[in-house]
Design a protein around this ligand. Structure first.
Ligand SMILES: C[S@@+](CC[C@H](N)C(=O)[O-])C[C@H]1O[C@@H](n2cnc3c(N)ncnc32)[C@H](O)[C@@H]1O
Length: 301
């Protein structure tokens, strides 16, 4: 019996012969050069089934492209909230990622040896779907973790904490963390107790100072941080304001990290201007992005 949705045989196991000569694959001769239709592998059958079952949600997503962004966001949210649709979309994504995966392309040139799990991040996909308690991509998190491990208990400021996953990561790598959020979206403060419990669970609570304050209002001491991670705004004016306010707090040799969101260009524009403004003579940018993180080093006077 054939499943007319997938073109694959039902109830006969994945390697059963496909009887439908109308299908392009099945119209070809078998590998032995005879006229018998080719036998289809389990993987082909599963994929074909998935492609069929994905078609409906994918069409729905395509139709969304015609709608305003706020409506699209709401509808995509509804689609992802439906467990069956979400499962199909995620499974489709997984297959695509495996298909594209390639050691020759993915093996990093800037990692000389594997010192720990963080040097294996490139075996995995990095991007929005990996974000959860931490809003960092997997490659950004690995890079940041490694830089902190290399330093001796550095002092790090995270500007924009949200739920605090990155705060915990920084502490786990050995940093003393000032973790700041302004609570403006009405609720970030409520996440602090859960973060505290998680920090205590792993004995990291003494390394973290969670602060509720605006990035522009918090009083900073000069040369007090080895790293400052700006992750609270894609806004042009606020990015300039935060940089001007926090740059003096970076120690000579230390780093200010911009978390850039390419599709939200305000901060990208601000960084572009900074890079081309000679009056900021103590700022030296690393040439490459690490994920979406861009590192500006403070040149010692
Ligand atoms: C992208 S989230 C931070 C994600 C977090 N760094 C992580 O990696 O998981 C941005 C956060 O910045 C906070 N925020 C926005 N504007 C701010 C401001 N002016 N001062 C302080 N925090 C702000 C928001 O409340 C939000 O929680």
């Amino acid at each position: 019996m054939e499943d007319d949705q997938t073109g694959c045989p039902m109830g006969e196991g994945p390697s059963a012969t496909h009887p439908n000569s109308a299908h392009p694959d099945s119209a070809q001769p078998g590998q032995d050069g005879g006229d018998r239709p080719r036998r289809r592998s389990a993987v082909t059958c599963v994929r074909r089934g998935l492609a069929q079952s994905l078609r409906r949600p994918v069409r729905a997503v395509e139709r969304l492209a015609l709608r305003p962004w706020a409506v699209r966001r709401e509808l995509i949210g509804q689609l992802l909230d439906d467990p069956a649709s979400r499962q199909r979309i995620m499974t489709g994504l997984r297959w695509r990622q495996i298909d594209r995966a390639d050691f020759d392309r993915q093996t990093p040139t800037d990692i000389e040896e594997i010192r720990g799990f963080e040097d294996c991040h490139w075996l995995f996909e990095s991007g929005p779907p990996n974000c959860s308690l931490s809003q960092l991509r997997f490659d950004e998190a690995a890079d940041l973790y490694h830089r902190i491990v290399e330093l001796d208990h550095p002092r790090v400021a995270e500007l924009g904490r949200y739920k605090g996953g990155t705060t915990l990561l920084l502490a786990a790598a050995g940093a003393e963390v000032l973790s700041l959020d302004n609570d403006a979206d009405g609720g970030q403060r409520q996440f602090v107790p859960a973060l505290q419990r998680a920090l205590e669970r792993f004995g990291l609570e003494d390394q973290v100072e969670p602060v509720v304050a605006d990035v522009l209002d918090y009083e900073v001491d000069r040369s007090s941080f080895d790293m400052v991670l700006l992750h609270c705004t894609p806004d042009y004016d606020l990015s300039w304001g935060a940089f001007r306010h926090w740059w003096p707090s970076v120690k000579p040799g230390g780093a200010f990290i911009f978390h850039l969101t390419p599709e939200l260009p305000g901060e990208v524009q601000m960084v572009h201007e900074l890079q081309h403004d000679p009056s900021w003579s103590d700022v030296a940018f690393e040439p490459d992005l690490h994920g979406e993180n861009l590192y500006a080093r403070k040149i010692a006077p």
